[in-house]
Write a new protein. Structure first.
Length: 448
């Protein structure tokens, strides 16, 4: 370990040389080489030393944010002898080995089972949330049927459907038929959905041109940018949703492969979890190429918001897809895939996250780039929440094309156990090995 230590002076060149990183476009400008040199930072602070308390690393001796810590490619420095391919194979092993273990239910003593009398059941303060278009009627019915069959027929949690347009009568009637639970159909107020007036249209056009050139999906679809902004920061401020604490996000055409014989919302509540996910992925780095810069700038002014137990290794991991860190100035692009979320909206309503979202919104990256709600939620959680409150629902068999969470569970039907994607060439997009290796405590690892 640490047998190759680049000097502070040439570390940025070293990164580029080592990965022969080739850009096809001249935009964005080279972001790495214009980093400030660190203040009062010794080499021992730059190179990761697992013995050191990470918490100390990201603050300089003068109490300022040590910016280099967040951009330093420290994992790469630890393992110079391995190629990216070696690393990927090692990481896939970690994932497969872990998922090969039988995964049934969380081993906690407080699982709440389906009630005998569903009408008398005191539910958690929770709702399903589904943002959906009228045209996605079949897709949402298919997801809803599975969720009802595998979980909700036993608990009757209400559904909240959100749309930037009015839901049609047909949509409402057909959807309601699939559940005994209450359904609410809410039109999103335009101020929470539409592009803000302060977005500079020339800058937006330039940004979209760059993303198109980089083959970024949905770059040119304004509704997609609106959706990402809405799910990043505004959904929990809809009047109807202010009545709820927990939500489970359901997307059209997603699949659910396992019976869930306990109340997942009560699991969250009783075990003090903030956020539950099933899949963790890398993002297209071009879509978030200045998100990390903006985040660092926010952190510089708000150091006190960083949690004492953050998930920084996952955010900074630079071995599997190092070109991502190069494009984003340090961020791995690892995120929780937000089409599945079971989470506590009070986290997103908290001061740190609210200020963070407002800061990002003001930067305009939802339109000048294509910042997604998944990386924005994930950065907020990894930085401002105690990582032990983030729960991997690995018992829930789930698919959103083309990725799975497919546990080794006799009851799991419809996916290949342990597989991450139907396409083997997408395995390098899996960020769960990093989560498993660096962020899960023994307690979490042994929870199933
Ligand atoms: N009402 C409404 N819902 C939208 C709009 N755009 C996206 N959504 C919903 O927002 C969620 C995410 O959109 P998707 O198009 O699935 O985005 P994605 O998952 O990144 O992309 P896919 O891989 O194509 O599924 C889904 O629940 C969509 O139904 C929109 O313009 N209006
Ligand atoms: Mg989708």
């Amino acid at each position: 370990m640490n047998n190759y230590i680049p000097s502070i002076g040439n570390w940025t060149n070293y990164f580029y040389n080592d990965y022969t990183y080739n850009r096809t476009s001249s935009y964005p400008p080279n972001i790495i080489t214009n980093l400030d040199q660190p203040k009062n930072t010794s080499i021992s602070k730059i190179i990761h030393n697992p013995e050191l308390d990470l918490k100390l690393d990201y603050i300089d001796s003068d109490g300022q944010l040590n910016e280099l810590f967040f951009r330093r490619f420290r994992h790469h420095n630890e393992y110079p002898q391995y190629s990216t391919k070696d690393i990927l194979n090692q990481n896939l092993d970690v994932y497969e080995t872990y998922l090969n273990n039988e995964i049934l239910e969380p081993k906690v003593s407080n699982l709440v089972r389906p009630p005998d009398e569903i009408d008398q059941y005191e539910r958690a303060n929770a709702t399903f949330i589904s943002l959906v278009r009228n045209s996605e009627l079949q897709g949402i019915i298919s997801a809803m049927k599975e969720v009802e069959k595998k979980f909700n027929k036993n608990f009757n949690y209400p559904w909240t459907f959100l749309n930037d347009r009015e839901f049609t009568k047909k949509f409402i009637e057909k959807v309601q038929k699939n559940t005994n639970a209450e359904c609410h159909f809410i039109r999103i107020p335009s101020h929470l959905w539409d592009k803000p007036f302060n977005i500079d249209s020339n800058r937006e056009k330039e940004g979209i041109k760059y993303l198109i050139n980089e083959n970024i999906q949905y770059a040119n679809k304004i509704s997609y940018h609106n959706m990402c902004r809405f799910y990043s920061g505004n959904f929990y401020n809809i009047d109807h949703l202010k009545n709820f604490k927990y939500y489970w996000r359901i997307e059209p055409s997603t699949s659910y492969f396992t019976k869930i014989n306990y109340d997942v919302f009560k699991f969250m509540e009783l075990n003090k979890k903030t956020y539950g996910f099933t899949i963790s992925l890398y993002d297209s780095p071009q879509s978030v190429h200045t998100l990390w810069n903006a985040t660092i700038n926010f952190l510089k002014q708000n150091l006190h918001y960083i949690n004492k137990n953050p998930a920084l290794d996952w955010l900074l991991y630079d071995l599997q897809n190092p070109h991502h860190n190069a494009i984003t100035s340090g961020y791995s692009t690892c995120h929780f895939w937000s089409n599945f979320e079971i989470a506590d909206m009070d986290f997103f309503r908290s001061k740190p996250y609210t200020e963070y979202f407002n800061y990002l919104d003001n930067e305009g990256g939802f339109y000048y780039e294509r910042w997604g709600d998944a990386p924005v939620h994930s950065l907020g959680l990894a930085l401002f929440e105690d990582k032990s409150k983030i729960h991997w629902f690995r018992d829930i068999g789930y698919k959103h094309f083309p990725y799975f969470n497919c546990p080794n569970n006799p009851d799991c039907e419809g996916c290949e156990k342990g597989s991450f994607s139907e396409y083997a060439n997408l395995n390098d997009q899996n960020c769960l090995p990093t989560w498993i290796k660096y962020e899960m405590t023994d307690e979490q690892l042994n929870l199933y």
